[in-house]
Design a protein around this ligand. Structure first.
Ligand code: ZN
Length: 493
């Protein structure tokens, strides 16, 4: 029968379209929920109409309405998802749609004729629909397992066996955090309070630091492996980019491999974004209890349906809790035994905007959303929300830094860095100003005793080289600090 196939189709289709960035297991839950829910509906309407075929047809109508909804109420869904912001819903459209669906249900229920012809047609159609994404998924998984094996980068072994002090290393990535001069120039926000705080505690701040790549997954793949991604040039030239290799490099990264030789434990903080959402290569994974909407794939699937109206709050509440517990958990790491390499990637101050400057829900407290820097400024609403969220993040990071510095048994190393800057215009496509913002990052490093080793323009690709040379007598050459715009098509994650 066509009903389970139709129920599976939206999941298979969305997965096939995002195959490089979504793990296969993300499909399990939605597939199970959808086939169960649809079967129950089928049973229910079959009982009501006393006809198995009619019940199936009604279930199919409901499914089509649910997942076809984004075509009748497009809202700027694609743009919203790219920005990480939830899609809006238009209530009159939803009401009209529900009216039509109800009418169809009544008509089908009281339809005098038989439905064998329609059913046969739907059976063939459902099979035809499902075959395409399934074939794509199967083909991709064969291909990508080959590619990873071929392109796994050559490993550089540490040349030293120095086993002196083993400082804890914290790599805190704040997604799309703007550089100080960009905040001043384009957001009219003076961030010197935060930067001064860091410098007063001994941080080096690269006031002219630029990212090596402008999108999250290339930037992190490069920084965590302290190399440019030139060896996957062919992949990078392809459009859309295949993310398989960079994602793998982020999880199974060289920095963690290097440190494991020295007895470090790799502690991974789960994020709300693709490659850092979970990490099977980590020794310890820290994260709030898995929330169904922490999964981008689940979120995107729900956002195609009218249920998006309900999911927005659920998702944002979940994300807010996720960040808060990660902030709290970071403070408990210093007292854990043994040497630790901590990777904590926050999708902050990057949207969705879930914190106002005081850490409350910005949608709940409209008065609170007033700009904190200049009440008369003409920044667009999104830019003000960005600054408010950034301000809250500053306060959290200050707390965390103070706790790490005071509770660590020996002086730690702390890196607070953005993967790329934001587009100050808060638009999907970058213009001149967008590129200016995107190519400037926060880059603050606490590396005691490193006088002269760090410099104003140091970029992420060189950071672990400097740290490992400094602390482990490794002999990595420094690379040229350059920014590649490759792969940068829109201002998403
Ligand atoms: Zn990012």
């Amino acid at each position: 029968m066509y009903v389970p196939l139709l129920a599976a189709f939206p999941v298979l289709d969305l997965y096939a379209n995002n195959i490089d960035i979504v793990p296969l297991r993300s499909m399990i839950l939605p597939l199970a929920v959808l086939t169960c829910a649809t079967s129950i509906l089928w049973l229910l309407f079959a009982t009501v109409s006393r006809n198995r075929l009619k019940g199936a047809l009604i279930a199919a109508v409901l499914l089509t309405f649910c997942f076809g909804y984004r075509y009748i109420d497009p809202s700027p869904l694609d743009e919203a998802l790219a920005d990480g912001e939830p899609a809006a819903i238009h209530w009159p459209v939803l009401a009209a749609g529900l009216l039509v669906v109800s009418a169809l249900i009544v008509i089908i229920t009281f339809w005098p004729g038989r439905l064998r012809g329609v059913t046969r047609f739907l059976n063939y159609s459902a099979v035809a629909l499902a075959v395409l994404p399934i074939a794509r998924i199967g083909w991709h998984h064969r291909q990508s397992s080959n590619r990873i094996a071929v392109a796994d980068p050559a490993r550089t072994a540490a040349e030293s066996t120095a086993d002196g002090a083993r400082p804890d290393i914290y790599y805190i990535v704040l997604d799309a955090y703007a550089r100080q001069d960009i905040l001043m120039k384009h957001f009219k926000f003076d961030n010197s309070d935060f930067i001064d705080f860091l410098q007063a505690r001994g941080f080096f701040v690269g006031h002219r630091s630029r990212p090596n790549y402008l999108v999250t997954y290339l930037s992190l793949a490069s920084s965590l492996n302290f190399r440019y991604l030139d060896f996957i040039q062919d992949e990078l030239d392809r459009e859309p980019l295949d993310r398989t290799i960079p994602y793998r490099m982020i999880q199974d990264n060289e920095a963690a491999r290097f440190l494991k030789q020295y007895g470090y434990r790799f502690i991974h903080f789960k994020s709300t974004w693709g490659a850092t959402a979970a990490n099977p290569f980590a020794d310890v994974q820290v994260g709030s209890k898995e929330h169904v909407f922490h999964n981008e794939f689940h979120r995107a699937l729900v956002e195609t349906t009218p249920l998006r109206a309900w999911s927005i709050q659920r998702a944002e509440g979940g994300i807010r809790q996720h960040h808060l517990s990660a902030f709290a958990n970071l403070k408990s790491i210093p007292t854990m035994n043994g040497a630790k390499f901590v990777l904590a990637h926050f999708i902050l101050p990057h949207p969705p905007y879930v914190f106002d400057r005081n850490g409350h829900d910005p949608r709940e407290n409209v008065n609170d959303a007033k700009p904190i820097n200049d009440p008369n400024n003409r920044l667009p609403q999104r830019a003000r929300m960005y600054i408010d969220q950034l301000h809250f993040v500053n306060e959290q990071i200050k707390d965390i830094v103070a706790v790490i510095l005071s509770k660590s048994k020996s002086p730690p190393i702390i890196i607070i860095q953005s993967d790329h800057g934001p587009n100050p215009r808060m638009r999907t496509f970058a213009g001149k100003v967008g590129m200016e913002g995107r190519t400037a990052i926060l880059n603050a490093i606490y590396l005691p005793g490193s006088e002269g080793a760090l410099y104003e323009t140091i970029s992420p690709v060189n950071l672990y080289r400097v740290i490992f040379n400094h602390c482990f007598n490794a002999s990595y050459d420094l690379l040229e600090d350059r920014t590649t715009t490759r792969g940068f098509t829109y201002v998403g994650s």
